[in-house]
Ligand binder design. Sequence first.
Ligand SMILES: Nc1ncnc2c1ncn2[C@@H]1O[C@H](COP(=O)(O)OP(=O)(O)O)[C@@H](O)[C@H]1O
Ligand SMILES: [Mg+2]
Length: 319
Amino acid sequence: MIEIVGLTKTYGDRRAVDGLDLTIPTGELTVLLGPSGAGKTTVLRCINRLVEPTSGSILVDGVDIATLDPVALRRSMGYVIQNVGLFPDMTVRENVAAVPRMLGWDRRRIAARVDEMLEMVGLDPERYGDAYPRQLSGGEAQRVGVARALAADPPILLMDEPFGAVDPLTRERLQREMRHLQAKLRKTVVFVTHDIDEAVLLADRIALMRDGRLEQHDTPEALWRRPANDFVSRFFGENLGLRVIIRHCLADVTLKPLPHDAGGLPRVDAGVSLKEALAELVGRRARALLVMRDGRPAGVFDFDVLVESLSREDGRARA
Ligand SMILES: Nc1ncnc2c1ncn2[C@@H]1O[C@H](COP(=O)(O)OP(=O)(O)O)[C@@H](O)[C@H]1O
Ligand SMILES: [Mg+2]
């Protein structure tokens, strides 16, 4: 657990962070969201002590990080930033090995770990291991950045707009991979973005910031249903509901029973999100879809099913 208590950081007379209290639960992905200049990056950099607070404190598992050695602290936290910051003169393998090497792991353990990490982020170690950063696409480089941050298996992962610099399609793919990775690894992740869709897709909880202060800290579902104030409603806009349904999948809703003439309906897999299912209804100009589970018809999805599922309280399942 990361506890941020009364955190303030001033630059001259500007308060980048202004008396922030925020608790980040272990094993969850918390998104710091907010307009540019809200103080998100400053908070992240205070957590790994690249920035020292003007006042307030940060505790990790009850220990005030001000009492720890900053270098050791940083090694216990993976850090991924936009444009990655890979070491240009090192190969992909050497980049990923950087922290384990500093920690003094033996060579065989490092080599095995590097291959494991590259495979985990979807890069073939044979093909990419000896490449240099300049030979990679933006998306590949970003994957190496994630592999490098995870290499020493840090309990905490700090990510600052990690997918901000890649094209939209690659970005979506990286976001989906991040989601699967986190479902498996359950790190304590603090993820900074100003992108609402990215936040809604990835977050267990979103901390919405403005002018260095916290406006609301909640699940995306709760931000949608119970915005704390006008700023929160305006920031998320009218269609937050439409965005939130990407978090829920057909397998989690109560479908209509199969009619006897279901054969003519367009088919959709139970693993897709409600958002994709809705897009499918619209795209096919269909009134209903036949939901397939393990290759067998499981029920019918239509607009009534969608509305019914939304009227239930914050069922939080992941598509
Ligand atoms: N090193 C710095 N020197 C002066 N001002 C800074 C510095 N870092 C951040 N700021 C200011 O603090 C505010 C918050 O910045 P930042 O944390 O980068 O916001 P965000 O990541 O939400 O866009 C901004 O007004 C920014 O200009
Ligand atoms: Mg920033």
